[in-house]
Design a protein around this ligand. Structure first.
Ligand code: NAD
Ligand code: MG
Length: 387
């Protein structure tokens, strides 16, 4: 039996998740077809991808960038669009089955939102979408008939492990964390951490923003919030355990004490592919477990003193409302300041906490309010940085 290929729009194709997604598609033997690609910078890379995967359209999301780029390597017959609005209209098209949301940061919200509103399957790498607007996004998916399948490895693991039992029998989920490059560092060493130190991740090769988030463990804080909304869990039902090998990607504990874990070597191509093929499982390019050589799996509780981001994550997961959008934006801005050498590593999390504390909390905000607060929080980071 031959089947029509699944038609994929890939938002953020030039990034780490974007390139891994294209590897999965390349290995699929034509069972996926790329219909659209978007990128914000590195447009030569976008052109090369377009030449290889032949989408119907591409989008250069940075305003003004499409007009000034030469597009000398772009084959004939590919439509070039520009700006965030183009992303929203293209993901809704009838030629798209699945949208991979792999833009980094709150800039990823609009495309994921438009795709869900159009009833598409969204393979969600952009956790910021759920951190900012979890309740609104889940409600949109329910109303529109769109589906949200997690790409984040922990949430993919939970999504897979949940299939072993009934939802009502779930006691808690346990998110694993590699612990990042500073897992075994002292507080003093962390105070002096440079940008290069923070970008030295032990197990995953990812974009800069999420790599710094792993060093502060803000990434795990964002993932607690992501899990709360995606799986409709109380914050008390979400635990975090440090697991330096990044082989157990997360676990679900059921009522009777049975714990289901999902294991595979650290390789994002597996959770990406599962989000694309679900409920099927296909052969794919991801690395496999090798039990012929000695292996060990370690688990240890996280150090809440050295990683204060975790407590902040729980508190924002409990508050809900506008807190997620403010934390997310403050963190994005603080990480950018750190990467530019203007904010010490140890000030990233306290700065986020200060901004959160000073925002006008609302319990049931709309999307416009969240986007306004996103802008506000970025400005506040500059104000609190020096204090
Ligand atoms: P990246 O920095 O490598 O790539 C980001 C992509 O988004 C690029 O294609 C870039 O052109 C595009 N982009 C950047 N700013 C944009 C803007 N303002 N508007 C539109 N597009 C923009 O990031 P990444 O590591 O691939 O992460 C992407 C998302 O996936 C993030 O939300 C991250 O948290 C999540 N994620 C990544 C990994 C990973 O292994 N890299 C794992 C889990 C979750
Ligand atoms: Mg993750």
């Amino acid at each position: 039996m031959t089947r029509e290929p699944r038609r994929v729009a890939l938002l953020g194709s030039t990034g780490s998740i974007g390139r891994n997604t294209l590897e999965v598609i390349a290995a699929s033997g034509g069972r996926f077809q790329v219909v659209g690609l978007t990128a914000h910078s590195r447009l030569e890379r976008l052109e090369d991808q377009a030449a290889r995967y032949r989408p119907a359209w591409i989008v250069a999301t940075r305003e003004g960038s499409a007009a000034t780029h030469g597009w000398r390597r772009l084959p004939e017959g590919i439509d070039v669009h520009e700006g965030g609005e183009a992303v929203a209209s293209l993901v809704s098209g009838s030629d798209v089955d699945i949208v991979v949301a792999a833009i980094v940061g709150s800039a990823g919200l609009r495309g994921a939102w438009a795709a869900l509103a159009a009833g598409k399957r969204v393979a969600l790498a952009n956790k910021e979408t759920l951190v900012m607007a979890g309740p609104l996004v889940m409600d949109l998916a329910r109303r529109s008939g769109g589906t949200l399948i997690p790409v984040d490895s922990e949430h993919s693991a939970v999504f897979q492990a949940l299939q072993a039992g009934r939802r009502a029998d779930v006691r808690r989920v346990v998110l694993t964390a590699s612990g990042g490059p500073f897992r075994a560092r002292t507080r003093d060493e962390m105070e002096r951490a440079t940008v290069a130190d923070a970008l030295e991740h032990p197990t995953w090769n990812m974009g800069k923003k999420i790599t710094v988030d792993s060093a502060t463990m803000m990434n795990k804080a964002l993932e607690i919030i992501e899990a709360r909304w995606l799986f409709d869990l109380e914050p008390e039902q979400i635990s975090v355990v440090v697991h330096p090998q990044s082989v157990v990607h997360s676990m679900v504990e059921f009522r009777d004490g049975s714990v289901m874990a999902q294991m595979s070597p650290p390789d994002m191509r597996l959770p990406i592919q599962y989000a694309l093929t679900y409920p099927e499982r296909w052969e794919g390019p991801a690395h496999r477990m090798d039990f012929a050589t000695a292996q060990r799996l370690d688990f240890e509780p996280p150090d809440l003193d050295r990683f204060p981001a975790l407590e902040l994550g729980y508190s924002v997961a409990r508050s809900g409302g506008t807190a997620g959008a403010v934390l997310n934006a403050a963190n994005e801005a603080a990480v950018e300041q750190f990467l530019n050498g203007r904010l010490p590593f140890a000030r990233i999390v306290p700065t986020c906490r200060d901004v959160l504390r000073h925002h006008a909390f609302e319990a049931t905000p709309d999307l416009e309010t969240l986007e306004r607060l996103d802008q506000w929080a970025r400005g506040e980071v500059v104000r609190w940085m020096g204090k």
